[in-house]
Design a protein around this ligand. Structure first.
Ligand code: C2E
Ligand code: MG
Ligand code: MG
Ligand code: MG
Length: 277
């Protein structure tokens, strides 16, 4: 009886694996097509300075506008693209598009903001990343100080010397670097103090769950950022109560549905408070 059960379980397991594998292959083919047929879009989520209440940044978030399925979340397709070299093509498109759009807004007279671009691990670990970023800035005409690259703790923790070399190269260019989803990985304080990083982004999980431990963690991330001369932004702020807590703890910036969801480019311009001319 036991043997039979095992065999049955095995079959179920096997068929679900091959199903996943097939849907992964299908998704990969569709991603290639999406790239060719320009089905990707960037939406932008505003980031507000908590003190002045001005919009100081916009995070570019990738959207796949599938002809039949509608918008597909990056959480679904980025991990698949990451398993192939497709992520490099997609990531390069994102970087170029975000810089181009930000420069366009500046040329239209809107007050300048920083555009945030998420990097995947493969992208970040390319030996010529600094040259690539520099060339995108040159092609689009965006000044380096209006670009912020977001990496995660796990990306920053591997191969210390190479990472520091890349981060220093980016800093020399004048590009900002932030650590996304901070607090969910394993960064040690020793590493953090050695890395030339401009900002920590507190992961939304700490903001969402209203627990005493989370508040203590948020407070210590804010204090640590400031003592390491970094700025700190809270992600996923959804309520006034959360904002008030961050205000009291002197968090620098906030991003979240409480102020705005990620917006298509045409909906972004009304949120720029200061128009130059
Ligand atoms: P992330 O970089 O941490 O981006 C923040 C995510 O939180 C976004 O999800 C955003 O829509 C969502 N969010 C913002 N405010 C709130 C809030 O108040 N409440 C809640 N519940 N969620 C909020 P999204 O756009 O689905 O992106 C998911 C992840 O996909 C991103 O997390 C990022 O890791 C990745 N991603 C997005 N665009 C790109 C890209 O161009 N390249 C790469 N490599 N990864 C990307
Ligand atoms: Mg991000
Ligand atoms: Mg992330
Ligand atoms: Mg995040």
């Amino acid at each position: 009886v036991i043997k039979q059960n095992n065999r049955n379980n095995y079959k179920v397991f096997e068929s679900s694996i091959s199903k996943d594998f097939k849907s992964m292959l299908r998704m990969e083919t569709e991603l290639r097509k999406a790239m060719k047929e320009q089905q990707f879009e960037l939406h932008y989520q505003p980031q507000k300075d908590i003190g002045s209440e001005r919009v100081v940044g916009l995070e570019a978030l990738l959207r796949w506008n599938h002809p039949e399925k509608g918008y597909i979340s990056p959480a679904t397709f980025i991990p698949i693209a990451e398993k192939t070299s497709l992520i490099l093509q997609i990531g390069n498109w994102v970087l170029h598009e975000a810089c181009k759009q930000n420069k366009l807004w500046q040329d239209q007279g809107y007050s300048p903001v920083v555009v945030g671009v998420n990097l995947s691990a493969k992208q970040f670990h390319q030996a010529d990343l600094v040259e690539q970023v520099s060339s995108v800035l040159q092609q689009t005409g965006l000044h380096a100080c209006y670009l912020e690259l977001e990496i995660t703790e796990s990306m920053a923790m591997s191969n210390e010397e190479d990472i520091i070399h890349t981060l220093k190269g980016l800093r020399e260019l004048g590009v900002h670097v932030s650590i996304d989803d901070f607090g969910t990985g394993y960064s040690s304080l020793k590493y953090l103090s050695r890395f030339p990083v401009n900002k920590l982004k507190i992961d939304k999980a700490f903001i969402h769950e209203n627990r005493r431990q989370n508040k203590a963690i948020i407070k210590s991330i804010i204090h640590m950022s400031h003592s390491l001369n970094m700025k700190v932004i809270a992600e996923g702020v959804e309520t006034e109560e959360q904002l008030h807590f961050l205000q009291e703890e002197e968090c620098d910036e906030m991003q979240g549905f409480y102020y705005s969801k990620p917006l298509p480019p045409t909906h972004v311009t009304p949120i720029f408070q200061f128009v130059k001319c």
